[in-house]
Design a protein around this ligand. Structure first.
Ligand SMILES: Nc1ncnc2c1ncn2[C@@H]1O[C@H](COP(=O)(O)OP(=O)(O)OP(=O)(O)O)[C@@H](O)[C@H]1O
Length: 307
């Protein structure tokens, strides 16, 4: 599991003077699922395009399976990498089966493999339908089937579940996990933090062309979980929402949060030197119910990093 399969060092890329990548570093081990997270325009797709040989970097290096990539991917590496971009690469006037058979025929892949994949991605009832009649989720499932036909070692997915129906997204997520179980490697970009949390061994937060943090989702969450305290209170004096807001705005700092549901008030206080004074102050006004260390999710981690 410790073998490095992808190594990206100080990758830089500009478009007409605009610095899209400002020194991306990333190390991916065999058998890992790595998530690239970041806001729109962060540089995730550009990184993927360089990694898959579609775009040339201005400087920096990419090594795949030990080989430094210079001009495009060498054939032996192309055979081991499959990539699925956001845009469809299917023939819309052909049916699903013909789309896969065409690719299988060119690459000497047995037709059993086609049938197997269509079944695994739950497309078996739509094989004779023209792809142009497919939903976005069905198209994406078929694109991944096509990518997996060649039995790659590395699967690269650029926003594979973005905007898909929940059933298609779930089929894809389960297949990604199954792919990893065969000791294969996945690099995926996503906007869904919950998805990254569930699938990825490590996530790279990318912002403005740089990896600003790279670690296991649990490590990020552990860091945060010590930083917040969740306090449950009851609005027993029946203060109005406006009064509560006015009161809390005066007491809480910008990093704190609160929510009010009927008369239940939940505070999330960033742990700082005056947290207990703050909590005691608030408890004068509201009835104290419970105190908990907050369960951070990746969304909070992301907000925290971006702040
Ligand atoms: N061919 C291009 N020409 C000019 N600018 C480009 C080109 N490709 C990407 N960019 C710019 O580079 C930056 C990074 O784009 P990129 O597509 O890598 O971001 P991203 O993180 O994948 O965003 P998203 O989540 O929206 O897909 C953006 O500002 C984008 O407009």
């Amino acid at each position: 599991m410790n073998e490095t399969i992808i190594e990206i060092n100080n990758l830089k890329k500009s478009f007409s003077g605009f610095k899209a990548l400002r020194g991306i570093n990333l190390e991916v081990k065999k058998g890992e699922i790595i998530g690239l997270l970041g806001p729109n325009g962060a540089g995730k797709s550009t990184t993927i395009r360089i990694l898959t040989g579609l775009l040339k970097a201005d400087s920096g290096s990419v090594k795949i399976m030990g080989e430094e990539i210079k001009k495009g991917l060498p054939v032996w590496i192309k055979e081991k990498i499959a990539v699925v971009f956001e845009e469809s690469n299917l023939y819309s006037r052909l049916n699903a089966l013909d789309n896969l058979n065409l690719f299988a025929g060119i690459n000497n892949i047995e037709s059993e493999k086609v049938e197997e994949l269509l079944l695994e991605f739950q497309l078996q009832d739509s094989v004779k339908k023209e792809v142009k009649t497919f939903s976005k989720g069905m198209k994406k499932r078929l694109m991944i089937c096509r990518a997996l036909l060649s039995d790659p070692e590395i699967l690269i997915l650029d926003e594979a579940t973005g905007g898909l129906d929940p059933i298609s997204a779930e089929i894809i997520r389960k297949k990604v996990l199954a792919f990893k179980r065969n000791l294969k490697t996945v690099v995926l970009s996503t906007h869904y933090l919950e998805e990254a949390d569930r699938l990825c061994d490590k996530v790279a937060f990318i912002n403005r062309g740089k990896v600003i943090a790279f670690d296991k989702p649990s490590a990020f969450k552990d860091q945060l979980s010590h930083k917040y305290l969740k306090i449950k209170l009851i609005n027993d004096q029946q203060l109005s929402e406006a009064e509560i807001k006015k009161y809390l705005t005066a007491v809480l700092s910008e990093a704190d949060n609160y929510s009010l549901d009927s008369n239940n008030l939940i505070l999330e206080l960033k742990i700082s030197s005056n947290i207990f004074e703050k909590a005691a102050e608030i408890s004068k006004e509201f009835k104290f119910v419970d105190l908990d260390k907050i369960e951070a999710n990746l969304q909070q981690v992301f907000n925290n990093i971006n702040n």
